[in-house]
Design a protein around this ligand. Sequence first.
Ligand code: OXD
Ligand code: MN
Length: 583
Amino acid sequence: MTTRLSALQDWVDSVAKLTQPEDIHWCNGSDAEYKRLIRQMNRSGDLIELDAASYPNCYLHRSDPTDVARVEHLTFICTQDEEDAGPNNHWMKPADAHAKIDALFEGAMQGRTMYVIPYCMGPIESPYSRLGVEITDSPYVVANMKLMTRMGADALARIEREGTFVKGLHSTGDLDPDRRFIMHFPEELAIKSIGSGYGGNALLGKKCHALRIASWQARQEGWLAEHMLIVGVESPQGETHYIACAFPSACGKTNLAMLIPPDSQPGWKIWTLGDDIAWLHLDEGGQLRAINPEAGYFGVVPGTNAKTNKNAFDMIQSDAIFTNVGVTADNQPWWEDKKTGTPVTDWKGDPYVEGAGPAAHPNSRFTVSAKRNAAYSELADAPEGVPISALVFGGRRKELAPLVYEAKDWKHGVLVGAGVASETTAAATGEIGVVRRDPMAMKPFCGYNFADYWAHWLSFAERSDKLPRVFHVNWFRQDADGKFLWPGFGENLRVLRWIIDRCENRVGANETAIGFLPTADDIDTRDLDISAETMAALLSVDKDQWKAEMASVGEYLQSYGDRLPSELLAIQADVVAALNVPD
Ligand code: OXD
Ligand code: MN
């Protein structure tokens, strides 16, 4: 296979000249091609087949131990003007970035096959979808792209029809962390990534394209590319609301997207549309609609069990790729909190020694097609996407943020999103558990200056009077002994129900300085072992803490200087003033 699109053929030729692969394979996306690659990686040792009786078609990949997470300090947005990338990104001048990374690509694919992967982010027929081509020398990347995206012949046909596509060049290089870079060139719709095989650095359709480049395109074209799950919540009466939620990496998006209603909530159903990324467009009637650009999940494995996320637990029982988990004596994958089995080998392939570190890496992952999920919504393939009733922001905060509150209006919701802060997790290299600002959960993913991004968000208020309501949740509030106050997981449906009732004007709220909060009675706590005091703590607003928080949000916003929309600061000042009104 080659292509009749000269822009694509010329680019592939020039990459081959630079990287000097042994051969070139154009991926058609067929199941036979996937099986062939799996067999080949099995032979080469890139993949280890897991027990075929209990985990049919499941494989384990062990990455280089220095290559287990996203590398934010090596990720760059390369725009002509540094201000366009903003203080939220590492920046390099495009010419310098190309020179630096092209030198590393020189001859990088010698002795290897170069794979050309045409892909479509979003349903093939959707006007909201966007196209890309990833060139890589990693068969592991090809197999993961097959599970995560709509890739192959159909995508190529649309690319040839439309002529526009994001160019993504990837090589695992020599995996030397000193020769590892993830560069984005939004003005050229291009990505270059070398030295890592880890998902977020190497599966270029995901974070690099669907968030960093797409957020740039979205601003130009009037839509939003967000780090959000999309979930459908169906009531016993058959009414379904779609909600999109932005939480930072490894803060439970996959679990919420696949929530199993507890027995105390009979008749409720959950439908998963996506677990990581949402592209949001206003339709002609001003309704915000969402598509999930992805077609599979690249989820965090540890903690997944039949209680925390039965749908995920079941769906990774076959046809999945595991990366960096442990293995049991009978060759089953094993991870912390799996609740069954005992590991004998750890994620590095060494004998597992209890107490000497985890068996599975804390950021070990599963890759699986979205269709394997029992709660999969067929509407994930709908070209027109789904109408969004509510947007929800959240973070991992021990204190301060109540269980749930609603923003006063869209523009205040932008401030709520801009103020998101969360403890860092193992999804990125660096210190874990430190609270940092992660606006809209997009800190590592916004491909341009946050100040311009917030202005873009604010502009939606002028474009539609039917925008969804905006909320903030915090499942992670703890007491003084470090015990979680809220049970989380399936019980989070109780909070989603309040959110839906608010959207339908079926329930009142306490108006506070930070927004609208439920009264303790408004959240259904039937059959839940939770005291009135705990509920009161979960729904409290500590004014002194909030004054300090809003001052810190104000300082953070001001660090964006002149480009910051003054309207956002005015909204922050209104909240400060409301907090200063005596009770
Ligand atoms: C992810 C991440 O893998 O956010 O989704 O790091
Ligand atoms: Mn993510």
